[in-house]
Write a protein that binds this ligand. Sequence first.
Ligand code: MEV
Length: 329
Amino acid sequence: MVVSSAPGKVYLFGEHAVVYGEPAVPCAIERRARVTVEARDDDSLRVHAEDLSLDGFTVEYSDGSDDDPDVDVSESLVDAAMGYIDAAVEQARDAANAPDAGFDITIESEIPLGAGLGSSAAVTTAGIHAATRELGVELPTEEVAERAYQAELEVQGGDASRADTFCSATGGAVRVEGDDCRAIEAPDLPFVIGFDGGAGDTGRLVAGVRALREEYDFAADTVESIGDVVRYGEQVLAEGDIEELGRLMNFNHGLLEALGVSSRSLDQMVWAARDAGALGSKLTGAGGGGCIVALDPTDSTETALDYTPGCEDAFRAELDTDGVRVEET
Ligand code: MEV
Protein backbone atom coordinates (compact mmCIF):
# COMPACT_ATOMS: atom_id res chain seq x y z
CA MET A 1 0.00 0.00 0.00
CA VAL A 2 1.20 3.53 -0.79
CA VAL A 3 -0.39 6.78 0.41
CA SER A 4 0.56 9.96 -1.48
CA SER A 5 -0.76 13.47 -1.06
CA ALA A 6 -0.67 16.61 -3.21
CA PRO A 7 -1.74 20.20 -2.51
CA GLY A 8 -4.56 22.27 -3.95
CA LYS A 9 -3.86 25.79 -5.21
CA VAL A 10 -5.15 29.30 -5.75
CA TYR A 11 -4.42 31.44 -8.77
CA LEU A 12 -2.76 34.69 -7.80
CA PHE A 13 -3.18 35.59 -11.48
CA GLY A 14 -3.77 34.22 -14.94
CA GLU A 15 -6.40 31.46 -15.03
CA HIS A 16 -8.15 30.99 -18.40
CA ALA A 17 -5.60 33.18 -20.24
CA VAL A 18 -2.97 30.50 -19.48
CA VAL A 19 -4.90 28.12 -21.77
CA TYR A 20 -3.95 30.45 -24.70
CA GLY A 21 -0.23 30.70 -23.86
CA GLU A 22 -0.32 33.69 -21.52
CA PRO A 23 1.60 33.32 -18.25
CA ALA A 24 -0.12 32.43 -14.96
CA VAL A 25 0.97 32.30 -11.32
CA PRO A 26 -0.75 29.61 -9.26
CA CYS A 27 0.31 29.04 -5.64
CA ALA A 28 -0.03 25.72 -3.78
CA ILE A 29 -1.97 25.93 -0.50
CA GLU A 30 -1.93 23.79 2.62
CA ARG A 31 -5.06 21.84 1.75
CA ARG A 32 -4.25 18.43 0.36
CA ALA A 33 -5.79 15.42 -1.33
CA ARG A 34 -4.55 12.05 0.00
CA VAL A 35 -4.79 9.01 -2.23
CA THR A 36 -4.23 5.49 -0.88
CA VAL A 37 -3.49 2.82 -3.49
CA GLU A 38 -3.31 -0.91 -2.92
CA ALA A 39 -2.70 -3.35 -5.76
CA ARG A 40 -5.41 -5.99 -6.32
CA ASP A 41 -5.05 -9.57 -7.50
CA ASP A 42 -7.32 -8.88 -10.49
CA ASP A 43 -7.40 -6.05 -13.05
CA SER A 44 -10.38 -4.17 -11.58
CA LEU A 45 -10.55 -0.78 -9.94
CA ARG A 46 -12.45 0.07 -6.73
CA VAL A 47 -12.57 3.64 -5.52
CA HIS A 48 -13.63 4.83 -2.09
CA ALA A 49 -13.80 8.58 -1.64
CA GLU A 50 -14.60 10.80 1.29
CA ASP A 51 -14.56 14.52 2.08
CA LEU A 52 -14.64 15.61 -1.54
CA SER A 53 -16.69 18.64 -0.55
CA LEU A 54 -16.12 20.73 2.55
CA ASP A 55 -19.19 19.02 4.06
CA GLY A 56 -17.71 15.68 3.19
CA PHE A 57 -19.31 12.67 1.60
CA THR A 58 -18.59 9.05 0.99
CA VAL A 59 -19.06 7.22 -2.25
CA GLU A 60 -18.38 3.62 -3.11
CA TYR A 61 -17.73 3.32 -6.80
CA SER A 62 -16.50 0.46 -8.90
CA ASP A 63 -16.24 -0.12 -12.61
CA GLY A 64 -19.41 -1.60 -13.99
CA SER A 65 -21.45 -1.09 -10.81
CA ASP A 66 -25.06 0.10 -11.19
CA ASP A 67 -25.26 1.33 -7.60
CA ASP A 68 -26.29 4.97 -7.20
CA PRO A 69 -23.73 6.69 -5.00
CA ASP A 70 -25.09 8.18 -1.76
CA VAL A 71 -23.60 11.67 -1.91
CA ASP A 72 -24.31 15.29 -0.99
CA VAL A 73 -22.76 16.81 -4.10
CA SER A 74 -24.04 16.40 -7.63
CA GLU A 75 -23.55 13.10 -9.37
CA SER A 76 -21.93 14.87 -12.33
CA LEU A 77 -19.21 16.16 -10.00
CA VAL A 78 -18.62 12.67 -8.67
CA ASP A 79 -18.50 11.32 -12.24
CA ALA A 80 -16.00 14.03 -13.14
CA ALA A 81 -13.81 13.13 -10.13
CA MET A 82 -13.94 9.47 -11.10
CA GLY A 83 -12.95 10.42 -14.66
CA TYR A 84 -9.74 11.95 -13.29
CA ILE A 85 -9.06 8.81 -11.23
CA ASP A 86 -9.58 6.55 -14.26
CA ALA A 87 -7.21 8.71 -16.31
CA ALA A 88 -4.63 8.74 -13.49
CA VAL A 89 -4.77 4.94 -13.26
CA GLU A 90 -4.24 4.66 -17.03
CA GLN A 91 -1.17 6.90 -16.74
CA ALA A 92 0.21 4.81 -13.85
CA ARG A 93 -0.37 1.55 -15.74
CA ASP A 94 1.41 3.01 -18.76
CA ALA A 95 4.36 4.38 -16.72
CA ALA A 96 4.86 1.02 -14.98
CA ASN A 97 4.22 -1.00 -18.14
CA ALA A 98 1.49 -2.89 -16.26
CA PRO A 99 -1.64 -2.55 -18.42
CA ASP A 100 -3.62 -5.07 -16.35
CA ALA A 101 -2.84 -3.72 -12.88
CA GLY A 102 -5.92 -3.44 -10.62
CA PHE A 103 -6.19 -1.25 -7.55
CA ASP A 104 -8.19 -0.42 -4.44
CA ILE A 105 -8.09 3.36 -4.19
CA THR A 106 -9.20 5.57 -1.30
CA ILE A 107 -9.39 9.33 -1.72
CA GLU A 108 -9.57 11.75 1.19
CA SER A 109 -9.52 15.39 0.26
CA GLU A 110 -9.61 18.69 2.14
CA ILE A 111 -10.23 20.47 -1.17
CA PRO A 112 -13.84 21.00 -2.30
CA LEU A 113 -14.64 19.50 -5.70
CA GLY A 114 -14.77 21.75 -8.75
CA ALA A 115 -14.45 24.90 -6.62
CA GLY A 116 -11.34 26.44 -8.17
CA LEU A 117 -8.85 25.08 -5.63
CA GLY A 118 -7.35 22.44 -7.89
CA SER A 119 -9.05 19.35 -6.46
CA SER A 120 -8.84 17.39 -9.71
CA ALA A 121 -5.14 18.21 -10.23
CA ALA A 122 -4.34 17.23 -6.62
CA VAL A 123 -6.24 13.93 -6.84
CA THR A 124 -4.76 13.12 -10.27
CA THR A 125 -1.19 14.00 -9.22
CA ALA A 126 -1.35 12.10 -5.91
CA GLY A 127 -3.09 9.16 -7.66
CA ILE A 128 -0.37 8.78 -10.31
CA HIS A 129 2.35 9.15 -7.66
CA ALA A 130 0.86 6.51 -5.34
CA ALA A 131 -0.16 4.03 -8.07
CA THR A 132 3.24 4.05 -9.79
CA ARG A 133 5.05 3.58 -6.47
CA GLU A 134 2.69 0.74 -5.58
CA LEU A 135 3.85 -0.86 -8.85
CA GLY A 136 7.50 -0.30 -7.86
CA VAL A 137 8.22 2.71 -10.12
CA GLU A 138 9.50 6.05 -8.72
CA LEU A 139 8.80 8.77 -11.27
CA PRO A 140 10.61 12.11 -11.10
CA THR A 141 8.28 14.96 -10.05
CA GLU A 142 8.40 16.44 -13.58
CA GLU A 143 7.10 13.18 -15.04
CA VAL A 144 4.31 12.96 -12.47
CA ALA A 145 3.37 16.54 -13.47
CA GLU A 146 3.50 15.69 -17.18
CA ARG A 147 1.38 12.55 -16.78
CA ALA A 148 -1.13 14.39 -14.57
CA TYR A 149 -1.38 17.05 -17.29
CA GLN A 150 -2.01 14.36 -19.94
CA ALA A 151 -4.74 12.90 -17.71
CA GLU A 152 -6.39 16.34 -17.29
CA LEU A 153 -6.15 16.99 -21.03
CA GLU A 154 -7.99 13.75 -21.72
CA VAL A 155 -10.76 14.41 -19.19
CA GLN A 156 -11.15 18.08 -20.20
CA GLY A 157 -11.41 17.25 -23.90
CA GLY A 158 -8.05 18.69 -24.95
CA ASP A 159 -8.42 22.15 -23.36
CA ALA A 160 -6.18 22.45 -20.30
CA SER A 161 -2.99 24.20 -19.29
CA ARG A 162 -0.12 22.72 -17.30
CA ALA A 163 -0.67 25.21 -14.48
CA ASP A 164 -2.82 23.21 -12.03
CA THR A 165 -0.97 19.92 -12.34
CA PHE A 166 2.55 21.42 -12.30
CA CYS A 167 1.72 23.49 -9.20
CA SER A 168 0.23 20.49 -7.42
CA ALA A 169 3.24 18.30 -8.28
CA THR A 170 5.94 20.78 -7.21
CA GLY A 171 4.19 22.89 -4.54
CA GLY A 172 5.09 26.53 -3.85
CA ALA A 173 4.47 29.46 -6.17
CA VAL A 174 5.00 28.66 -9.85
CA ARG A 175 4.97 30.41 -13.18
CA VAL A 176 3.51 28.64 -16.18
CA GLU A 177 3.59 29.88 -19.76
CA GLY A 178 2.79 27.23 -22.34
CA ASP A 179 5.23 24.34 -21.78
CA ASP A 180 7.56 26.49 -19.69
CA CYS A 181 6.85 25.69 -16.02
CA ARG A 182 9.09 26.88 -13.19
CA ALA A 183 9.18 27.59 -9.46
CA ILE A 184 9.32 31.26 -8.44
CA GLU A 185 10.09 33.06 -5.17
CA ALA A 186 7.10 34.54 -3.37
CA PRO A 187 6.82 36.64 -0.23
CA ASP A 188 4.51 35.56 2.58
CA LEU A 189 1.07 35.99 0.98
CA PRO A 190 -1.86 36.45 3.41
CA PHE A 191 -4.46 34.44 1.45
CA VAL A 192 -8.08 34.33 2.60
CA ILE A 193 -10.48 32.07 0.71
CA GLY A 194 -14.26 32.39 0.45
CA PHE A 195 -16.27 29.40 -0.78
CA ASP A 196 -19.88 29.69 -1.96
CA GLY A 197 -20.55 25.96 -1.55
CA GLY A 198 -20.90 25.53 -5.31
CA ALA A 199 -18.81 24.44 -8.24
CA GLY A 200 -18.16 25.37 -11.84
CA ASP A 201 -17.85 23.07 -14.82
CA THR A 202 -14.26 23.71 -15.95
CA GLY A 203 -14.71 22.22 -19.42
CA ARG A 204 -17.81 24.30 -20.13
CA LEU A 205 -16.26 27.52 -18.77
CA VAL A 206 -13.06 27.05 -20.77
CA ALA A 207 -15.13 26.37 -23.90
CA GLY A 208 -17.19 29.52 -23.23
CA VAL A 209 -14.07 31.70 -23.10
CA ARG A 210 -12.75 30.06 -26.27
CA ALA A 211 -16.02 30.83 -28.09
CA LEU A 212 -16.06 34.45 -26.86
CA ARG A 213 -12.44 34.92 -27.88
CA GLU A 214 -13.21 33.63 -31.37
CA GLU A 215 -16.30 35.81 -31.73
CA TYR A 216 -14.96 39.14 -30.48
CA ASP A 217 -11.53 40.68 -30.99
CA PHE A 218 -11.98 42.60 -27.76
CA ALA A 219 -12.44 39.30 -25.88
CA ALA A 220 -9.13 38.13 -27.38
CA ASP A 221 -7.65 41.46 -26.24
CA THR A 222 -9.07 40.83 -22.75
CA VAL A 223 -7.22 37.51 -22.62
CA GLU A 224 -4.01 39.31 -23.67
CA SER A 225 -4.64 42.00 -21.05
CA ILE A 226 -4.73 39.28 -18.39
CA GLY A 227 -1.29 38.24 -19.68
CA ASP A 228 -0.10 41.87 -19.27
CA VAL A 229 -1.39 41.95 -15.68
CA VAL A 230 0.50 38.71 -14.96
CA ARG A 231 3.75 39.96 -16.52
CA TYR A 232 3.62 43.12 -14.43
CA GLY A 233 2.44 41.07 -11.41
CA GLU A 234 5.57 38.92 -11.59
CA GLN A 235 7.78 42.01 -11.12
CA VAL A 236 5.59 43.19 -8.24
CA LEU A 237 5.77 39.73 -6.66
CA ALA A 238 9.58 39.76 -6.89
CA GLU A 239 9.60 43.20 -5.18
CA GLY A 240 7.26 41.87 -2.47
CA ASP A 241 4.82 44.80 -2.84
CA ILE A 242 1.68 43.15 -1.46
CA GLU A 243 -0.52 46.25 -1.82
CA GLU A 244 0.22 46.52 -5.53
CA LEU A 245 -0.38 42.77 -5.90
CA GLY A 246 -3.84 43.30 -4.42
CA ARG A 247 -4.64 46.03 -6.95
CA LEU A 248 -3.59 43.72 -9.76
CA MET A 249 -5.80 40.95 -8.41
CA ASN A 250 -8.73 43.38 -8.60
CA PHE A 251 -7.80 44.12 -12.23
CA ASN A 252 -7.54 40.43 -12.99
CA HIS A 253 -11.00 39.77 -11.52
CA GLY A 254 -12.52 42.54 -13.65
CA LEU A 255 -11.08 41.00 -16.80
CA LEU A 256 -12.33 37.51 -15.83
CA GLU A 257 -15.74 39.03 -15.15
CA ALA A 258 -15.70 40.51 -18.66
CA LEU A 259 -15.01 37.03 -20.02
CA GLY A 260 -18.20 35.80 -18.33
CA VAL A 261 -16.67 33.36 -15.84
CA SER A 262 -17.67 35.07 -12.60
CA SER A 263 -21.02 34.61 -10.87
CA ARG A 264 -23.25 36.58 -8.53
CA SER A 265 -21.99 34.76 -5.42
CA LEU A 266 -18.34 35.08 -6.48
CA ASP A 267 -18.83 38.82 -7.10
CA GLN A 268 -20.60 39.19 -3.74
CA MET A 269 -17.65 37.59 -1.95
CA VAL A 270 -15.12 39.62 -3.96
CA TRP A 271 -16.89 42.86 -2.97
CA ALA A 272 -17.36 41.79 0.66
CA ALA A 273 -13.61 41.20 0.86
CA ARG A 274 -12.81 44.59 -0.69
CA ASP A 275 -15.30 46.38 1.56
CA ALA A 276 -13.66 44.71 4.56
CA GLY A 277 -10.31 46.21 3.55
CA ALA A 278 -8.69 43.34 1.65
CA LEU A 279 -5.74 44.51 -0.47
CA GLY A 280 -7.33 42.74 -3.43
CA SER A 281 -9.70 39.90 -4.29
CA LYS A 282 -10.58 37.81 -7.30
CA LEU A 283 -12.20 34.54 -8.26
CA THR A 284 -9.76 31.63 -8.46
CA GLY A 285 -9.75 28.77 -10.97
CA ALA A 286 -12.30 28.24 -13.68
CA GLY A 287 -15.04 30.31 -11.96
CA GLY A 288 -18.78 29.92 -12.44
CA GLY A 289 -19.06 29.26 -8.68
CA GLY A 290 -16.71 28.00 -6.01
CA CYS A 291 -13.99 30.13 -4.46
CA ILE A 292 -12.52 33.59 -4.35
CA VAL A 293 -9.08 34.45 -3.02
CA ALA A 294 -8.32 37.70 -1.21
CA LEU A 295 -5.14 39.18 0.29
CA ASP A 296 -5.58 40.40 3.84
CA PRO A 297 -3.06 40.19 6.68
CA THR A 298 -5.81 41.11 9.21
CA ASP A 299 -8.87 39.06 10.29
CA SER A 300 -11.33 41.52 8.68
CA THR A 301 -11.92 39.72 5.38
CA GLU A 302 -12.46 36.32 6.98
CA THR A 303 -14.93 37.83 9.45
CA ALA A 304 -16.77 39.77 6.72
CA LEU A 305 -17.01 36.67 4.51
CA ASP A 306 -18.45 34.68 7.43
CA TYR A 307 -21.40 37.12 7.38
CA THR A 308 -21.72 37.44 3.60
CA PRO A 309 -24.88 35.91 2.09
CA GLY A 310 -23.82 33.25 -0.36
CA CYS A 311 -20.52 32.51 1.39
CA GLU A 312 -20.61 29.04 2.93
CA ASP A 313 -17.10 28.95 4.35
CA ALA A 314 -14.17 31.32 4.77
CA PHE A 315 -10.69 30.30 5.81
CA ARG A 316 -7.07 31.38 5.71
CA ALA A 317 -4.72 29.41 3.47
CA GLU A 318 -0.93 29.25 3.80
CA LEU A 319 1.39 28.70 0.86
CA ASP A 320 2.41 25.02 0.78
CA THR A 321 6.01 24.64 -0.32
CA ASP A 322 5.68 20.84 -0.51
CA GLY A 323 4.38 19.27 -3.69
CA VAL A 324 3.33 15.66 -4.17
CA ARG A 325 4.81 13.40 -1.50
CA VAL A 326 4.56 9.96 0.04
CA GLU A 327 2.65 9.97 3.34
CA GLU A 328 2.79 6.27 4.19
CA THR A 329 3.94 2.99 2.70
C1 MEV B 1 -8.74 25.82 -13.98
O1 MEV B 1 -8.31 25.52 -12.65
C2 MEV B 1 -7.79 26.77 -14.62
C3 MEV B 1 -8.10 27.11 -16.08
O2 MEV B 1 -7.14 28.09 -16.50
C4 MEV B 1 -8.02 25.90 -16.99
C5 MEV B 1 -6.60 25.38 -17.15
O3 MEV B 1 -5.62 26.12 -16.93
O4 MEV B 1 -6.46 24.21 -17.56
C6 MEV B 1 -9.48 27.74 -16.23
